[in-house]
Structures are given as C-alpha cells and as structure tokens.
Ligand binder design. Structure first.
Ligand code: PMP
Length: 440
C-alpha cells in the first residue's frame, strides 16, 4: 500500500484564514480557491517550478493558465521588462515599440495584417466581437460549446449539458456561467457543438444572415484541449465567407504556443480576426486583437471603439518584444513541445503498465489527459464522460509536488524551462506513478 503523501501547508492555511477576512474566498480569482485547507499561496516561481510559502516545491503545469511559455522569471524577458520601466509606463500616447512588436506578430501570423493591443484576453475578445459587429452591422454571434472567451457578459454562455437528454432532437439549453449575466444578452447568442458539420451548416442556414461573428478556439484550451478537426474549421471558414460573418479565432491560449503561427497556422485557416494573450509576453499583461486590414480599419472615430488607459504599456510591450523574439528566433517552442511528447509518453508507460485505458487530446505543448480510449471531440462528449479518476489523481499530484489544475478541462501546459531543467521530467513521472497507485 502506497502511503498517502504528507505536505506541510501550515503557512498557506494560516494565510487563507487571514485572507478570507479581506478577499472573497481568500483569493483574487475564484479559480485559485482550492478548498479551505488546500488553497496555496505562492512565494515565487522560477523556470518550470513554483514554491509556496511553506517552501513546498512544485513542477508547475498550470504556468498561470499558460502565459509562462519560457518559464517563470525568465532572465531575458525580465531584463527587457526592466528596460521597459525606464520608458515610463503609460502616456495615453503611442511609442515606437508598438510598431516593432506589431511587425513581429504580423511576421509570425500572416492573418495579423493589422494589430491593436489590449491588456487581457477578455478585453481582446470583447474588442474583437465589437469590431465584428461594427464591420458587419449585425449583433448576434455564434459560440462553440466548451469554448471560453473571457469574463464579459457576451461570452459567458454555455450549453447546459447536465440538464439535457442526449440522443433527442433538441440541443442543450444555452445558460449563463453563474449569476449576474443579464438574460437580455441571451437573445444574441447561438451555440453549436464542435466538430459537428451538419449542425454547423444548419446553424448558418437558419441564422447566418444575422450573425456578426463566429468565435472558435480550434484547440479548446478550457475544455480538455479538444481539437477541432481541420475539415470543421475549413467549413466554418467557408460558411463565414458565404454569409458575410467574421470568423474570430481565439488564440488566447494557443497563440505563440502550439507553433509560431498558432493553431491557425497548423490547420491552414485564415480568420478575419484573431485574439492573442497569454504567451505573448511570458506573463506580463498584454493581449492582441489582429486581423484583416479592411476589418481592422473599422477601429476608428465613428467606427468601433477601442482603447484603454494601459494598452501598450511600456513594460509589457518590452517584455512582448523580447518574448516574441525568442519564440521566433530560437528553438524554444520545439524544446517545450518535445518535452510535452516525452512527458506524455512517460505518463502512458505508467498507465499502460497498470492496464489503465487513456488518451491525450490537444497539442504536446498544452495537452489534456483523458481516461478513455479516444479523447472527446466535443464538450458534450467530455461532459458525459467519467473524469472522476483524473479529479482524484490531481489532488494526490498536488501533495506530491506537481501543480496541475484540479479540473480536468484545464490542459497541462509546457514551458521551455521544463525542457531544459535536468530533473523536471523524472520528478514529474515519479509523482505521477505514485498518484496513479494511490488513485487506483
Ligand atoms: N479566451 C481564451 C481562449 C482563454 O483561455 C481566456 C483565459 N483563460 C480568455 C479568452 C480570457 O483571458 P483573460 O483571462 O486574460 O481575460
């Protein structure tokens, strides 16, 4: 019998009790609350590892939900960011570096003909949707089930798969994520399941002439890294063109991670608008709305509003300049994808040795682990599957020094530093082996 691992969390637990008095749930984002005696507070991160305030060290596969593409506290990016501080921060005026970074983006992602900066993924997608509406003069939009596009009202709708009878003719109801989302927004939202060509065609036949945009994460970074197949994305492109709908590819998680040109480069599809965030600046807050020239020119006086006090902040921009340079000019992305492959294959060996059926979804740089022979190809399939093994295993992994999201929908993210650290892989696989044995 493998003994249950012990982890000293006394300082984190005490911090949690103090924090509860000032911060709702003791945290600054609801997803950081992991339970009364399991919510950890971080002291620092370096490379692919994080230390909590009790000095527990973790190999970190959350990486802040993806941004730390090179690893935490990367010396190269941090040195650039410090130089960005010398520039002075924000001026409500433009600086020369905006164009330098925009040129880098356009070189790496051909669909990014014109570029605007935002501060977060939420802001970028919000601006992209507004741009699509301004450009088309239409209001409603189509989301793909299982997608996540940020915390603004228009994006916070999902398919109520739990309350839905599978196999019938009806689709799941469209419901808001939580309270506080006005039901009036509902009339503008349509939802369709990923990788279901017939339903997509039906949707466009019925609503195509009213849609301003279709938003899609072709690799669903918030749903087990479920992948759109290439035919589905090309069909979406074709239908959007036929009905005059803006295809928005949300690459907030996949951009500058799964490849220099993002998931759109891998699938060979050209969106009208793309959004990026996370990996752009190795964790410094910056996001991007980019797209086709004639569409992007709708950002103008009398057109779609876009701006914000902190957009193109000199620190984030300097960090983005250096991070994108590294991603473009060095083999960092290959290093981390190769590490992801080796990690997947190590996990597979452990599971195969125990006869545990499993599969991986997504890309080696952001993969989902799934306890079924095939990964799900849409949210309905994920939701109605058994993910309890993963949920239990994730808790043991935390105790054993691995940070992964307790919710199996969040992928495991790789960074360059995982690949260059001589012991990350062995430390991880040792912990996975123990966690699997404890879960069985
Ligand atoms: N789009 C996608 C695909 C995301 O994964 C996220 C964040 N997880 C967002 C948008 C929102 O980004 P942010 O948290 O930076 O607002």
């Amino acid at each position: 019998m493998t003994p249950r691992p012990q982890r000293n969390l006394s300082k984190s637990n005490a911090q949690f009790q103090r924090a509860l008095k000032r911060l709702p749930l003791g945290v600054s984002s609801t997803f950081r609350y992991w339970g009364e005696d399991r919510t950890i507070y971080v002291a620092r991160g370096k490379g692919g590892r994080t230390w909590d305030i009790d000095d527990n060290c973790y190999v970190d596969y959350r990486l802040g939900y993806g941004p730390a593409i090179l690893g935490y506290a990367d010396d190269r990016v941090d040195a650039a960011a410090r130089k960005g501080m010398d520039v002075g921060g924000v001026f409500a005026l433009s600086t020369e570096r905006e164009l330098i970074v925009a040129d880098r983006i356009a070189k790496m992602v051909p669909a990014a003909e014109l570029v605007r900066f935002s501060n977060s993924g939420t802001e970028a997608v919000m601006a992209a949707l507004r741009l699509a509406r301004a450009h088309t003069g239409r209001e409603s939009y189509l989301l793909v089930e299982g997608g996540y596009h940020g915390l603004f009202d228009a994006a916070m709708w999902q398919a109520d798969v739990e309350g839905w009878q599978e196999g019938g003719n009806t689709d799941p109801e469209v419901v808001p994520y939580g309270k506080g989302i006005p039901p009036t927004v509902r009339s503008l939202v349509h939802l369709t399941p990923m990788n279901d060509a017939q339903r997509l065609e039906d949707m466009f036949r019925r609503h195509g002439n009213d849609l301003a945009a279709m938003l899609i994460e072709p690799i669903q970074g918030n749903c087990c890294s479920i992948m759109a197949n290439a035919e589905y994305v090309h069909l979406a492109r074709e239908l959007c063109t036929r009905y005059g709908v803006m295809l928005i590819i949300d690459e907030v998680k996949s951009g500058f991670r799964v490849g220099k040109g993002g998931i759109q480069g891998i699938l060979g599809v050209t969106p009208d608008i793309t959004t990026f965030a996370k990996a752009v600046a190795n964790g410094y807050p910056i996001a991007i709305v980019a797209g086709r020239e004639d569409v992007m020119r709708s950002f103008r006086y009398g057109g779609a509003s876009h701006g914000g006090t902190y957009t193109a902040h000199s620190v984030s921009l300097a960090a983005a300049d250096e991070c994108l340079r590294i991603l473009d000019e060095t083999p960092a992305l290959e290093t981390l994808a190769d590490y992801g492959e080796r990690l997947k294959s190590g996990i597979s060996s452990i599971l195969n040795a125990r006869g545990i059926v499993h599969s991986f979804s997504g890309h080696p740089s952001m993969f989902g682990l799934f306890f079924a022979p095939e990964p799900p190809d849409n949210y309905r399939a994920w939701k109605t599957s058994d993910y309890s093994f993963y949920d239990r295993m994730a808790h043991y992994l935390h105790d054993l020094g691995i940070i992964c999201e307790p919710d199996s929908r969040e992928p495991w993210f790789m960074c360059e530093a995982h690949g260059t650290d001589p012991t990350c892989l062995a430390d991880t696989l040792r912990a996975v082996e123990t966690a699997v044995d404890l879960t069985l």
